[in-house]
Design a protein around this ligand. Structure first.
Ligand SMILES: C[S@@+](CC[C@H](N)C(=O)[O-])C[C@H]1O[C@@H](n2cnc3c(N)ncnc32)[C@H](O)[C@@H]1O
Length: 289
């Protein structure tokens, strides 16, 4: 049985960190801070300037429960129920992938084109295939006020979360959620088609880190027998939904650049840009016709 948590903010943060460190959690400083700040509704500055400030018993119980879940292996953002992406706070649900910082590379790669399109035409229509929380679409909408986006997903639960995120961010008027198996129900043409599809080969799912395998939905991870099945569908069908000068931006697994480039080349696309993520891994490809 762990010692009861102290009620004063400074000692509470130290005790929470010690609990997570003792359990072998990879980043106990960050995770304890996120948990304590979230459930006590305090800030880092307050922890520094008012370390003696007390946290009420309801918040302490919530922190205790959250630390137990973290010690049991649940990712910290699943416990908090949200994750920051491109400066936006996105709600998570069991049906959504937790958006990753690597995916911000995709937003960075396509944003200049989306902005330029909006400046040139007064609009930029974006199709986000496999939208999950809505991360990519909502990040682009937040940065390009003249843009509109359709977020497609096979998961009704993910679409419900994306719709809620759009509402919370004041972007409902420019975001539409569409339940579809990739392009099946999509209508119209888009200046940007963006996708972070599932790209893990089915046989590798069992070898993923526990936090990914056990908490991200399999539907968001499993890219079929070789991990490339969604890219073949997207490359094969995008032409019917892409404006003449449009671009297709996809996130890839770090070993997939040449295979995905070949899939798109065979469908008549030219690689316009390749970007690495912050870890230096191949991560994003942008194609044009
Ligand atoms: C890797 S996740 C990406 C989620 C989000 N775009 C992000 O970057 O955080 C892939 C998403 O594709 C969706 N998906 C899987 N198969 C699909 C299909 N056949 N049609 C549409 N969406 C699909 C999953 O439900 C999941 O939300």
């Amino acid at each position: 049985m762990a010692d009861p948590l102290p009620a004063a903010l400074g000692p509470l943060l130290r005790a929470a960190k010690a609990r997570l460190a003792a359990a072998g959690i990879a980043d106990p400083t960050l995770d304890s801070r996120l948990i304590v700040e979230h459930f006590s509704e305090t800030t880092r500055i307050e922890a520094i300037t008012e370390p003696g400030r007390t946290v009420d018993s309801t918040a302490l119980a919530a922190i205790e429960a959250a630390l137990r879940r973290r010690v049991a292996g649940e990712p910290v953002h699943r416990i908090l129920g949200y994750r920051e992406f491109y400066g936006l706070r996105l709600l998570l649900s069991p049906d959504t992938l937790e958006p990753r910082p690597d995916t911000e590379t995709l937003v960075d790669a396509i944003l200049p084109f989306a902005r330029a399109t909006a400046e040139r035409l007064g609009e930029c229509r974006i199709l986000d295939l496999g939208t999950g929380t809505g991360a990519i679409a909502l990040a682009l909408l937040s940065a390009v006020p003249a843009a509109t986006a359709t977020g497609v997903d096979i998961s009704p639960g993910a679409l419900a979360t994306a719709t809620q995120n759009a509402g919370d961010l004041g972007l409902s008027g420019r975001f539409k959620a569409l339940h579809s198996n990739w392009f099946e129900k999509v209508l119209g043409r888009y200046h940007v088609i963006a996708a972070n599809p599932p790209y893990i080969p089915s046989r590798d799912i069992g070898n993923l880190q526990d936090e990914v395998r056990d908490f991200d939905p399999r539907q968001a991870l499993d890219g079929g027998v070789d991990g490339l099945v969604p890219y073949r569908i997207i490359a094969g069908e995008a032409e019917g939904f892409l404006e003449a000068q449009g671009k297709v931006a996809v996130e890839i697994g770090h070993t997939q650049q040449s295979e995905v480039t070949a899939i798109f080349a065979a469908a008549g696309y030219r690689l316009a840009e390749a970007q690495r993520d912050l870890g230096g891994n191949d991560r994003v490809l942008v194609f044009e016709r």
